[in-house]
Write a protein that binds this ligand. Structure first.
Ligand code: NAI
Length: 283
């Protein structure tokens, strides 16, 4: 199963990063979004990343130009008609993803793989709206994509071994490390990370220590690059809450109960860095 042409759906934070690493690895990439300005914003981020690489001597001007040359704009899902793989990185919403998958299933060639970068939605449920569930797979990149080495590859219930292998090979070609995971709520990354963050919020809620102290313990004592409360602010507290709810509902264990303080912050609109205030205040 030779993969040469890639379509990335969603030119946001993740989609632009995925398009960049695919183009860097030599793939032709169609970067799809709903409006030209969204594509241009994504391309702007890619251009900035590549310019920084040139300044730091990691790439030449020619390499930068060749990478940008391999990325083309798409504003229409019909452009999926000649690609080998589609990596969907639109918003984290089941209805939106199922609608996209239904459409691309009709448009993409029969051999094409349909992958999603979802961080928490069940792959099996997305695959179920297509006529090719054995060719649907999770390809969970980490943020920021050009920097982070891991790709969690999630097998849906029906995903074939052949498709898994093709995506694993592609991941290696992207200079990333693939890790195989089955389709359960939160996969591995968020199943372990989010309960840790939730526990840090409980520790704050119960008055065990100040927010700074909690972050310092994990940074200085466990060598984490960032404390859990700071990390929660970066991820977005609404996203943290929604993943905890998926774990709680999907696994049915009270150990995944979202901390009431997390709910309160989200209700207040204190969503972390993006809203200017979460556990910390951002200028
Ligand atoms: P974002 O909000 O930065 O980007 C989403 C993009 O998708 C936007 O440009 C939007 O215009 C576009 N879009 C929405 N609906 C579309 C449609 N029907 N067709 C084409 N484009 C559409 O979001 P972000 O952070 O890039 O997340 C994207 C996906 O990646 C989500 O599923 C998220 O859960 C997942 N993810 C996010 C991570 C993160 O740290 N932000 C990490 C790993 C996965």
């Amino acid at each position: 199963m030779g993969i040469q042409k890639v379509m990335v759906i969603g030119a946001g934070q993740m989609g632009s990063g995925i398009a960049q690493v695919c183009a860097q690895a030599g793939y032709d990439v169609k970067l799809n979004d709903m409006k030209q300005e969204f594509f241009e914003r994504g391309l702007g981020v890619i251009t900035k990343n590549l310019t920084r690489d040139v300044e730091k001597g990691r790439k030449t001007e020619d390499e930068k130009a060749a990478i940008l040359d391999r990325i083309s704009m798409s504003l229409d899902l019909q452009d999926a008609s000649d690609v080998d793989i589609i990596i969907e990185a639109a918003v984290e919403n089941m209805e939106v993803k199922q609608s996209i998958f239904k459409q691309i299933d009709q448009i993409a060639p029969a051999h094409a793989i349909l992958a999603t970068n979802t961080s928490s939605l069940p792959i099996t449920e997305i695959a179920a709206v297509t006529n090719r569930p054995e060719q649907v797979i999770g390809m969970h990149f980490m943020n920021p994509v050009p920097v982070m080495k891991l790709v969690e590859i999630i097998r849906g219930l029906a995903t074939s071994d052949e498709v898994y292998k093709a995506v694993e090979d592609m991941t290696v070609k992207l200079s990333k490390t693939p890790v195989e995971v089955n389709d359960f709520p939160g996969f591995i990354s968020n199943r372990i990370l989010l309960p840790m963050i939730n526990e840090a919020i409980y520790a704050l809620y119960e008055g065990v220590a100040s927010k700074e102290a909690i972050d310092d313990v994990m940074k200085l004592g466990m060598n984490h690059p960032m404390g859990p409360l700071t990390l929660a602010d970066f991820i977005g507290l609404d996203t943290c809450l929604s993943i905890m709810e998926i774990l709680h509902e999907g696994l049915g264990d009270s150990k995944y109960r979202p901390c009431p303080l997390l709910r309160k912050y989200v209700a207040a609109g204190w969503l972390g860095k993006k809203s200017g205030r979460g556990f910390y205040v951002y200028e």
